[in-house]
Ligand binder design. Structure first.
Ligand SMILES: [Cu+2]
Length: 163
């Protein structure tokens, strides 16, 4: 009875280690609120959103919450760079607070085309880098996890030889 409990204990450890190895390969995505506490609004200065973006590093899988619950008169328009640079109206207006998850790496541009909001700095450029846990790092973490799982399996086998 005692030996059987020991075997179960070892199997639990093996399963836990394998789960740990799998978890390490998953990408930890972050949801950002664009503009932090200001949300998506006409900012106090024209460099507000570029400063906001420059203080962070964004990875594939991250999402962006454009939040303006307290004032209704905003919108989000994904635009190409020339539109962003010149505050050109055009493209598809996303009219309500939205969470956007860029589908690939690269730079995404968003502006608000209500009145002169874009000219007053309500625009943001978001550069998305390849996800953390790219093949190199996930391979090494998987190897570490797999090594410990193998070690635990060896312990189970040794244990079985003892009984
Ligand atoms: Cu606006």
């Amino acid at each position: 009875m005692a030996s059987r409990m020991g075997l179960i204990g070892c199997l639990v450890i093996v399963v836990a280690l394998l789960k740990c190895a799998t978890a390490q390969t998953q990408i930890a995505s972050v949801e950002y609120e664009v503009g932090d506490s200001l949300g998506w609004a006409v900012p106090p200065n024209t460099s507000y959103y570029s400063t906001w973006a420059s203080t962070k590093t964004f990875y594939l899988g991250d999402s962006f919450y454009f939040n303006w619950p307290w004032t209704g008169n905003q919108n989000v328009v994904p635009v190409p760079k020339p539109y962003y640079d010149n505050c050109t109206s055009g493209g598809i207006i996303i009219a309500s607070p939205v969470i956007y998850t860029p589908p690939s790496t690269g730079t995404y541009y968003f502006i608000c085309i209500v009145g002169d909001h874009c000219e007053r700095g309500q625009k943001v450029a978001i550069t998305i880098l390849p996800a953390i846990g790219s093949p190199k790092s996930s391979d090494s973490s998987l190897t570490v996890g797999a090594f410990f799982a193998m070690l635990a399996t060896t312990a189970v086998i040794s244990f079985l030889h003892l009984v």
